[in-house]
Design a binder for this molecule. Structure first.
Ligand code: 7TS
Length: 411
């Protein structure tokens, strides 16, 4: 059974408008996804009827808001099949989640002469925090490179991870290449070498079933806004034994047990890591986003996206002046396609496509080390989600064929 695309389209009013007098074609879901009306309305109703600060008041509304926040945490736990509610920390986004691990775990556990291993294809938010730890603690940051087909070179990986490695940081799915990395193998090997595995799931959690119990990751991070939820809420799953030993990342209100003039003790998990007033309305929105995804079924969503990706790749491969950066093996790929048009700057492509109502990304996608490794400055990138259609792929391809004509090339 495929998804009911007509019904889905009705849930996303933002997609049913014209942009530049053309039907809007949104192909930038890897940057952020659009929200269904159910998510927008749930946040509206929360604000209309239930808004209060959590964990503070003894009054009904505060208790209700607290319950809604806790319910969202439970929903996230179920969604990724994590073992405990307390292992789910709400953060602002993936970036904050990864920084939390770097500051609270990395700075305390990585020592002089130790090593941290990351993939060259990582987003900056899974590189810069480790650069910081390596610099502060005099550790070495090592990069794992790619095979010719843009997949992770696992031979290089196994050479780079040694008994000196304390942390392996890797994305489950690359936001530029769209490669689904062999994440279970990466995690298992990290453990074999007594390192911990920090997984950036920003591009995976929205598109594929994440099963924490099976993956056995030590930390797993993702963002609500890339999975139909609002901006301003992210998730860090952490292995309980590690989280319990770690000190807080941010300190202040709500994360304490007792505070005296000179010292303090901290709250239990997960509150130790949730300092200050939390984004409750975003948590409520994230819960409804998960409900929405699960009601359709993540496998069905994935199949739909892959149908679009396969079709788009076939059409793009027919155009001789297009280079695609990513594996051709559709089984190793998610719904992200990075590409360049010969002799044309990606920003020009994006600007021209915008005039056709097509929104795509151009730039380095916060992955400058990868760009340098590939010997390019930037790419164009399209990314699909459950609300995209085959007709939209056709509009994209037709617009793409016009780019060179616009700029004075014969074809
Ligand atoms: N990790 C990956 C793999 C990502 O794709 C992104 C965002 C992040 C981390 C950071 O997420 P944030 O929610 O903290 O910002 N990626 C993109 C992108 O590809 N285009 O815009 C944002």
């Amino acid at each position: 059974m495929s998804i009911d695309i007509e019904k889905i389209r009705k849930d996303f009013p933002i997609l049913n408008q014209n942009i530049n007098d053309k039907p809007f074609v949104y192909l930038d879901s890897a940057a952020t996804t659009q929200k269904p009306i159910q998510v927008i309305e749930a946040m509206g109703i929360y604000n209309k009827l239930s808004n209060a600060n959590i964990h503070r008041g003894a009054y009904t509304l505060s208790i209700r808001a607290t319950e809604m926040y806790d319910e969202a945490r439970k929903r996230v736990k179920e969604f990724i099949n994590a073992p405990y509610d307390e292992s789910i920390i709400f953060t602002k986004n993936t970036t904050e989640a990864l920084n939390l691990v770097a500051f609270s775990y990395g700075l305390e556990n990585v020592n002089s002469g130790d090593e941290i291993v990351v993939l060259i294809s990582e987003h900056h938010s899974n590189i810069l925090p480790w650069q910081m730890v390596a610099k502060k603690n005099n550790a070495k940051l090592k990069f794992v490179y790619l095979n010719d087909d843009y997949t992770v070179d696992m031979k290089d990986f196994k050479e780079k991870v040694t008994e000196k490695t304390k942390i392996v940081a890797a994305a489950h799915i690359s936001n530029v290449l769209g490669t689904i990395n062999p994440i279970k193998e990466i995690i298992d090997y990290a453990h074999e070498m007594n390192a911990i595995a920090v997984i950036d799931g920003a591009q995976a959690a929205p598109h594929t079933k994440v099963d924490i119990e099976k993956l056995n990751a030590d930390f797993y991070a993702f963002s609500g806004h890339k999975m139909l939820g609002p901006m301003g809420i992210g998730v860090l799953y952490g292995r309980r034994e590690l989280l319990e030993k770690m000190g807080p990342f941010l300190s202040g209100g709500d994360m304490i047990e007792y505070v005296e003039e000179e010292s303090s003790t901290f709250a239990e998990l997960p509150y130790k890591f949730e300092a200050g007033t939390q984004n409750v309305e975003a948590a409520v929105g994230l819960k409804v986003a998960i409900d929405y995804i699960e009601e359709i079924g993540i496998e069905k969503i994935k199949n739909h996206e892959m149908e679009l990706t396969k079709y788009a790749m076939e059409k793009m491969n027919e155009i001789p002046y297009i280079t695609i950066y990513g594996t051709k093996d559709i089984d190793k790929k998610s719904s992200v396609i990075s590409f360049n048009i010969e002799n044309i700057h990606p920003h020009d492509v994006a600007t021209i496509l915008d005039s056709y109502g097509v929104a795509l990304r151009a730039g380095h996608h916060c992955a400058q080390p990868l760009m340098k490794y590939l010997g390019i400055n930037a790419t164009c990138r399209v990314s699909f989600y459950l609300y995209n259609t085959i007709e939209e792929v056709d509009i994209f391809i037709e617009s793409l064929k016009n780019v060179r004509k616009w700029l004075g090339y014969g074809s």
